[in-house]
Design a protein around this ligand. Structure first.
Ligand code: SF4
Ligand code: MSK
Length: 672
């Protein structure tokens, strides 16, 4: 009896039939369970969420705690009695936790940006394997960083040397992380009324690192104990991310690797090929993966793969390294965040190469069950498990590193076991919509404006625009909310801009194919998409590329006719299945740029209703944008649509839409 009691209870298994709306995922989870391999879906069954943590009111900022302040059953009555040992209120604790999440997210995006800036500098100095590829983008970016692109020679203006400009751009960019005075240079790219709002509120970031450090100071035990003041600093750090580190990452990557333009590819685990060497790149920083793509196309590597019995090399991606490789090279994503283990469980992954962010440590345990080489490449992101190989990326011999990794994968091809199962599911997609390529598609090279988009918003064919982005979260059915929200938006004539794992989810469901316009859109949006030849959901890249959405929103303001500020026009943001700290940082920079932003699942603020209202109500008065939360995908989409309609009404363009969307009967009545 005692032995029986001691016997370990077998962990529960997830119901493979309901984990996701994606059939490939369901098939692979069932396969993993048959093989006795645990995945994130099973672990979620056995790990209950902490109810107080979910509410945002657990503080462990000093060793007198943790202090836990659950919401009393009778609501906020007795609010005064709820305090930690030091007296910290629920608002203080929730706000401290929230801004620490912003610090984590802003640090992740911005440190990525810094790493890119360092590689950029080496490219500008012609030291390594990287080059300055996109000269027009360099010329467009330089003035924003105070770098002249022309010089006066004998009374005439002449173009400066490209590498000289690049060097100054790289140096100016790197200064943004630690300069000792002034403010971030990119803030001036925002519409003037928004910039003025930030000035008035005193939230303009001074430099990127400082704002993150200051959050850690202010949230230390016994420092800032006013949730409004804490959120001011949270806003500063979030703006330092969106209009700083993330935007710099996007620009410098575009200059080095090329600004994306539309291209065709595929998505889902079915992109892996049984007769090819499969290499999966995963994480966020594209610098090494860029070289892996180049190396995989070299005759030398292809010949080596063939010598080892493979037909060729198939690259695939997970998470945002996938999005980076997709938007510039058409490398197909093999899956979203929640599919990372499944790519190895196919038994056909010869190497998985990971860099930073969103990488499960459990990959090492899964890789142990197969022949897969799991290779970490970043000095700040190693794993303790012994089967993990670390090959540290160095920009000075990047091509050599890439070839070394590919050779290891190729030589590993013969070691595959008999358990190979690649699900036969993949969908076609069009990706690669940058701010510049949207401009080209909608306005043509010479018009160079978003006016066509504005025109269609004003006449009501396009009801509004939504940025739907972000992660998967295993606490909800994978991709269900992503797809329901997006489908409901496009059905109601809302054009969707997507990044991150939402983009991969939409691609897997076929929503990034132009044909989806006829199948899923309302009549107005379908007409525009069919005329211009674009899908109703535009893939704008990785998580750092949410900066593209900020700039696209600014372009709409600049094109005219839809108000003077981002908060004036019908645009909304959403992260239906968010999970990471980066999502909170993005949410706050989007809100403080004037955009209504709604999250699915829960927000870690529900245990502090006053602080929650500060985010969801007061923010609108300050910045024009505000937070909201709604787990039900249909209600979620309709809250966004209601906001879009509110903005249409404020602009006086609500009537135009009613006219445009009259049904046939109504039109005939007019004609008669
Ligand atoms: Fe508790 Fe205050 Fe310490 Fe937080 S800082 S753990 S609320 S005593
Ligand atoms: S990868 S941050 S799970 S979007 Fe950028 Fe996906 Fe979220 Fe990671």
């Amino acid at each position: 009896m005692a032995d029986e009691k001691k016997a370990k209870k077998a962990p529960k298994l997830a119901d493979a039939a309901t984990v996701s709306i994606d059939p490939a995922t369901r098939q692979m989870v069932a396969h993993a369970q048959k093989l006795g391999i645990e995945t994130v879906f099973d672990r979620a069954e056995n790990m209950k969420q902490c109810n107080i943590g979910v509410q945002g009111t657990c503080c462990k900022n000093c060793a007198m705690g943790p202090c836990r302040l659950p919401l009393p059953k009778n609501g906020i009555e007795g609010e005064d009695e709820r305090k930690g040992i030091c007296g910290a209120t629920a608002n203080t604790i929730a706000a401290r936790n929230f801004v620490r999440m912003i610090a984590g997210g802003a640090a992740a995006h911005s440190d990525h940006g810094r790493a890119v800036a360092e590689v950029f500098l080496s490219a500008a100095r012609k030291e390594g394997d990287y080059q300055i590829k996109d000269i027009p983008k360099l010329m467009a970016t330089a003035p924003h960083l105070g770098v002249e692109t022309q010089v006066e020679v004998d009374g005439e203006m002449q173009d400066r040397d490209v590498y000289e400009i690049a060097l100054e751009v790289g140096e100016a960019a790197l200064k943004e992380w630690g300069k000792d005075e002034g403010e971030l240079l990119y803030l001036k790219r925002a519409p003037k009324p928004l910039y003025d709002k930030w000035t008035k509120e005193g939230v303009k970031p001074r430099n990127i690192d400082r704002e993150i450090v200051e959050i850690m100071h202010r949230t230390h035990m016994g420092v800032d104990q006013d949730y409004k003041n804490l959120m001011k600093q949270g806003t500063r750090a979030a703006l330092a991310d969106g209009w700083g580190g993330a935007m710099l990452a996007t620009d410098l990557q575009d200059i080095m690797f090329g600004t994306p333009s539309p291209l065709e590819s595929e998505a889902n685990l079915g992109v892996m090929k049984e007769d090819h060497v499969n290499v999966i790149v995963h994480g966020h920083e594209p610098v090494l993966s860029e070289m892996i793509v180049a190396a995989s196309q070299s005759p030398e590597m292809i010949a080596l793969a063939q010598k080892h019995g493979a037909k060729g090399i198939q690259l695939g991606g997970i998470c945002c390294t996938a999005n980076e490789m997709l938007q510039r090279h058409g490398v197909p994503p093999a899956g979203t965040f929640l599919q990372q283990e499944l790519a190895i469980i196919t038994g056909a992954c010869d190497a998985m190469v990971v860099d930073v962010q969103c990488v499960f440590q459990s990959l090492a345990n899964v890789a142990k069950c197969f022949h897969t080489h799991l290779i970490t490449t970043h000095p700040i992101a190693k794993m303790e498990q012994k089967n993990v190989i670390h090959i540290e990326f160095d920009e000075h011999h990047a091509m050599e590193d890439a070839k070394k990794i590919l050779t290891m994968a190729i030589e590993n091809f013969k070691n595959r076991g008999s358990e190979v199962m690649i699900p036969n599911y993949k969908a076609t997609q069009i990706a690669g919509f940058s701010v510049e390529s949207i401009q080209y598609h909608l306005g043509g090279t010479f018009r160079g404006t978003y006016y066509t988009l504005n025109d269609n918003i004003i006449n009501g064919r396009i009801r509004g625009v939504a940025g739907v982005v972000g992660c998967n979260n295993v606490r909800s059915k994978m991709n269900n909310a992503h797809i329901e929200v997006v489908k409901e938006l496009i059905k109601n004539d809302v054009l969707v801009l997507t990044t991150g794992c939402n983009a991969i989810a939409c691609a897997m469901e076929g929503l990034l194919a132009p044909e989806s316009a006829a199948a899923f859109c309302g009549p107005g949006l379908a007409e525009v998409c069919e005329t211009v030849g674009i899908p109703p959901v535009l893939h704008m890249g990785s998580c750092v590329d949410n900066s593209r959405i900020l700039l696209a929103a600014t372009e709409v303001v600049n094109a005219g006719g839809l108000g003077k500020d981002i908060c004036d026009w019908p645009v909304a943001g959403s992260a239906p299945e968010w999970m990471s700290e980066k999502a909170i940082a993005i949410g706050q920079y989007v809100v403080s740029s004037g955009i209504y932003t709604i999250f699915g699942g829960t927000l870690p603020t529900s245990g502090a209703p006053v602080f929650h209202d500060h985010l969801c109500k007061d923010m609108e008065k300050i910045y024009g944008g505000m937070w909201d939360v709604e787990p039900d995908p249909l209600k979620h989409a309709h809250k966004m649509i209601a906001h879009i309609d509110k903005k249409r009404k404020e602009l006086g363009i609500d009537k135009a839409r009613e006219r445009v969307l009259m049904d046939m009967e109504a039109r005939q009545a007019i004609d008669a």
